[in-house]
Write a protein that binds this ligand. Sequence first.
Ligand SMILES: NC(=O)c1ccc[n+]([C@@H]2O[C@H](COP(=O)([O-])OP(=O)(O)OC[C@H]3O[C@@H](n4cnc5c(N)ncnc54)[C@H](OP(=O)(O)O)[C@@H]3O)[C@@H](O)[C@H]2O)c1
Length: 355
Amino acid sequence: MKLKVGILGATGAVGQKFVRLLENHPWFEISALAASSRSAGKAYHDAAHWIESTPIPIGISEMIVQEARPGLDCDFVFSGLDSSVAGDIESDFATAGYPVISNAKNFRMEADVPLIIPEVNPDHLILIERQKWEGGGYIVTNPNCATVGLTLALKPIEDAFGIEAVSVVTLQALSGAGYPGVSSLDSLGNVVPFISGEEDKLATEPLKLLGDVSEDGIADRSFPISAQCTRVPVMDGHLECVSVKLRRKGTAKQLEKVLRDFQSPDLVRDLPSSPEQAILVLDEEDGPQPRKHVLTGGGMTVTIGRIRPCEILDVKMVVLSHNTIRGAAGGAILNAELLASKGLIPHREELASSA
Ligand SMILES: NC(=O)c1ccc[n+]([C@@H]2O[C@H](COP(=O)([O-])OP(=O)(O)OC[C@H]3O[C@@H](n4cnc5c(N)ncnc54)[C@H](OP(=O)(O)O)[C@@H]3O)[C@@H](O)[C@H]2O)c1
């Protein structure tokens, strides 16, 4: 029996990506769609300004959007809620006993909330045990859309060499700003060198993701990350120019080998949304490029190229990841699959009958 999924923020850019990626999912089926009172009561096709490039899945199009309040008929919820409301609404669902798998920033850095990239830190899920919501639910988060690519690239480097410092300059896609996002007059033929709050997230979230977990919680890494974020007129795909200072000596060639050899943990490799390779090092000299590489591995693979010595730090490279798939809905679905594979998402009917 498939697990029943509710999507909070189902009408937004990330919500729509959930709807598309969950079509024909082997373990999950959508049973509830929720958004603001502006959308509640409408058929999904009327409430959502559909921006995906394939039609709304049959069976979803006519579903009635509900208010984002506990009581939804589902075993767990994905949240693609605007951060201005995600804090209260996600707390309400956790308090009502639902597992909440969130894309929003609100709980990511809370000490008892796992911030997860399954290939990087699946062991951090034990933090769930520290959460004390009244009704027994919990919240698990996935990182900011630019953090994911950076952290996946840093993970093998940290394991092999240790990291002393990172400098990153991002070129981030328009879809990262949701819909309607940045106006056409601000974005076309232009680069905007400011994304509110983004640089702080890039400077802090990787340190939690790469941290060590123990009974006392997470001990974050402490190396400095200097981030500069820009918005560029690209539809999908965040490109990041990254320089790394290593703690132990290593050449660009050695670092490239470490990235090429990276393997997902066994428990992640067999999950339905796990790509064949979490990291793909490209051979071409002019990659990665958003238009050519963003859908590698169904949008779940991080592509890396231009690995070479850095004249100031030690090694530099270019990293690309899909911001609404790996960086949002796809990453959250992989988190849910990891939770389900560990038996951490029960069917709510079973819960009710055992109570
Ligand atoms: N876009 C990305 O690449 C990306 C990546 C990672 C994380 N995120 C995060 O994911 C979340 C969603 O981003 P997005 O790009 O999909 O934004 P979006 O397109 O603006 O969608 C926001 C969603 O939140 C709902 N919402 C707004 N106010 C609400 C309220 N008072 N009650 C209930 N629902 C409400 C909206 O419903 P209505 O349509 O009814 O207004 C809509 O479904 C944000 O927290 C964002 O930071 C986005």
